[in-house]
Ligand binder design. Structure first.
Ligand code: ADP
Ligand code: MG
Length: 614
């Protein structure tokens, strides 16, 4: 039998390697940005066209390359960063595997222009599918420019696997942020389709976070700082009240390299344990400096996971440092913080020095069959919006008490019969009570009807919002003082994608700047709520549901707002509110399940009851 094993040609080997290193345009962006940093650049420009499908260009003012190095850089295992195996445990650069450029050149058309400071003339190389098409001297600025054109031009399977431009561009922004955050000393800019998306001036970490995420930085974040003989920690953690329901702003950097670590994330979550609910995530930006000899970076092709020699020690240092900062912050919220003007507060009217707590109006004469349903449906108006804000909760609760202390008789007086077959009772004859602050219970012909209050209200609002979206009829309540909302760049992208739907629901919003919105009006039915909180929570809820539910965009938006605005289990309801919910629920198209498919109505039959009690 003949021998059958061949050595693969380099171009094929490179394509295979590319499969691991370059999964999407964002991976190429990451590699190029990291090379620019390793080359000592102080200014790095990123230019993207069509979410990286047609062009990814990185221009740096770093060291540049000699003619020979320029040609060598595209060879596999060609690197200037290590020379022997031992060096793997003393890495001070981002790259060291020498495979990124070889991989990229195997699956795209690449143009490199580079010049060293001590040379008059630079080098131009064009390479396509690992094949050099052109190499010649050229005049170009000191530094390096890589243009990656038509990524995956010869790997159709990969090309077809790419998601929408919005999604791919979001990935690119994410990689860009991960590189930019730990390098505030470098200025960065990003252009997409000839528009400047964001420019980050050189500065300190705090300024970088402000430009990327929160202008109201001091409100949100507290510093952390700790030096031990294993690790030096610096950075910022977010105050418990700003914890989010979805992941997103969890950033660990080890020696300025972004890494993912469920284990270390757990250390932080556990430091917050009593301060945030179990299903929310603290945001953080934590920089760890360690001796490169105690970590192994070479365990993952994209180097986003690393191994620590003593991970347990790092865990406990991290946990106690975060706890310490949270403790300090609790004692004195402004500790360690230079005061900074808050960018994000709504101006108060002249002469007013405090913010009025939200007030609630409940209409005891509510009639669910009024023609103007939007105005008269009350339970949504008593919905507290800021769940984490205990003071608001208490205030809302007290007000609700005061304003609903009408005689019970008056609350229950509604003339119309309700339509559900099971509940052929006039409202005045209907008896309702609340069980465990979670269920609305009402006797019906065949037994006891039990309704989950939160699911029911979500269903009611969901259908109402869907109809508003369909008819573009969401009524808006204008605010006297528009609110400003700063969004992270990925949330801003998301808002841009959803703005048509968001506006159709009754939000009146205009763009204020690259990542800022002015909220001039909110859905009329939610007039008592804080518009900024509402919109931010809507985006959070949307992202959260997107991962779990396969719904269309307009359904996702309606669902996100419904879930945010609905009354919650655990909230005490007045009889009139329960009656209103029952009526509105049975006016829905699908009253039996919540919008996320949970069963919300059940009947405990008399025969079931007889099994327990004779
Ligand atoms: P690695 O970064 O792992 O060394 P790469 O394939 O990313 O491997 O790059 C190969 C080599 O090309 C680098 O080691 C470096 O010497 C050179 N190089 C790449 N990008 C640049 C750049 N922007 N400026 C200067 N040199 C660069
Ligand atoms: Mg590299």
């Amino acid at each position: 039998m003949p021998d059958i094993i061949n050595l693969l040609p380099d171009s094929v080997a490179n394509q295979i390697a590319a499969g691991e290193v370059i999964q999407r345009p964002a991976s190429a962006v990451k590699e190029l940005l990291e090379n620019a940093i390793d080359a000592g650049a102080t200014d790095i420009k990123l230019i993207i066209k069509d979410a990286g499908r047609t062009l990814i260009q990185v221009i740096d003012n770093g060291s540049g390359m000699s003619e020979t190095d320029a040609r060598m850089s595209f060879e596999r295992h060609a690197t200037s960063k290590i020379t022997k195996a031992d060096d793997l445990f003393n890495i001070h650069t981002k790259g060291f595997r020498g495979e990124a450029l070889a991989s990229i050149a195997a699956i795209a058309q690449v143009e490199l222009k580079t010049r060293k400071a001590d040379k008059e003339i630079g080098t131009l190389i064009e390479i396509e599918g690992s094949e050099v098409k052109q190499q010649q001297p050229c005049s170009c600025p000191v530094g390096t420019s890589f243009s990656i054109k038509n990524l995956f031009f010869n790997v159709p399977a990969r090309r077809n696997f790419l998601k929408s431009d919005t999604v791919e561009f979001r990935h690119i922004m994410e990689e860009w942020e991960r590189v930019a955050i730990p390098h505030p000393e470098i200025s960065f800019s990003i252009h997409h389709n000839n528009n400047l998306v964001l420019k980050l001036d050189a500065g300190n970490l705090k300024q970088r976070i402000v430009s990327l995420f929160y202008q109201n930085f001091n409100e949100r974040l507290v510093p952390i700082e700790q030096t031990t003989n294993i690790v030096k920690l610096t950075g910022f953690i977010c105050k418990p009240e700003y914890a989010k329901k979805t992941r997103g702003e969890q950033y660990f950097f080890v020696n300025n390299r972004f890494i993912k670590s469920a284990y270390l994330h757990h250390a932080i979550q556990s430091a917050y344990s009593e301060l945030i609910s179990k299903d929310s995530y603290a945001s953080y930006f934590i920089l760890m400096e360690v001796d490169p000899r105690i970590i192994d970076i070479n365990i993952h092709p994209t180097k986003t996971e690393i191994k620590f020699e003593d991970e347990k020690a790092v865990y406990s240092i991290l946990r106690s440092t975060v706890k310490l900062s949270l403790g300090k912050y609790n004692v004195s919220p402004t500790i360690d913080f230079e005061q900074e003007s808050a960018f994000n507060t709504t101006p108060l009217p002249a002469g007013q020095h405090y913010v009025k707590p939200p007030t609630i109006t409940v209409n005891p004469n509510f009639n669910p069959f009024d023609s103007d349903k939007k105005q008269s449906y009350q339970p949504k108006e008593v919905t507290p919006s800021v769940l984490s804000n205990k003071n608001n909760w208490a205030a809302l609760y007290e007000n609700m008490r005061k304003e609903t202390e009408e005689p019970l008789q008056q609350k229950l007086s509604v003339e119309q019969p309700i339509t559900n077959n099971e509940t052929q009772l006039n409202k005045e004859e209907r008896y309702v009570f609340q069980l465990h602050k979670k269920y609305i219970v009402s006797p019906v012909k065949s037994g006891l009807m039990i309704i989950n209050q939160q699911g029911a209200h979500e269903r009611i609002l969901y259908e109402e919002y869907l109809s508003a979206l369909h008819h573009h009829s969401g009524a808006s309540q204008q605010s006297l003082f528009p609110q400003t909302l700063e969004l992270s760049s990925s949330d801003f992208d998301l808002y841009t994608e959803l703005q048509e739907e968001v506006k159709a629901l009754g939000f009146d919003i205009s763009l204020l700047g690259k990542q800022a919105l002015a909220i001039q009006g909110i859905p009329a039915s939610l007039a008592n709520q804080d518009g900024a909180v509402l919109l931010e929570s809507l985006l959070e809820e949307y992202k959260h549901n997107l991962m779990e539910l396969k719904l269309q965009k307009h359904q996702q938006v309606a669902l996100a707002l419904a879930r945010k605005a609905a009354i919650k289990n655990g909230q005490t309801l007045e009889p009139i509110e329960m009656n209103n919910i029952i009526d509105a629920l049975f006016a829905c198209e699908m009253p039996n399940t919540s919008p996320i498919g949970k069963k919300i109505v059940g009947i405990l039959n008399v025969s079931d009851i007889e099994k327990i009690v004779e």
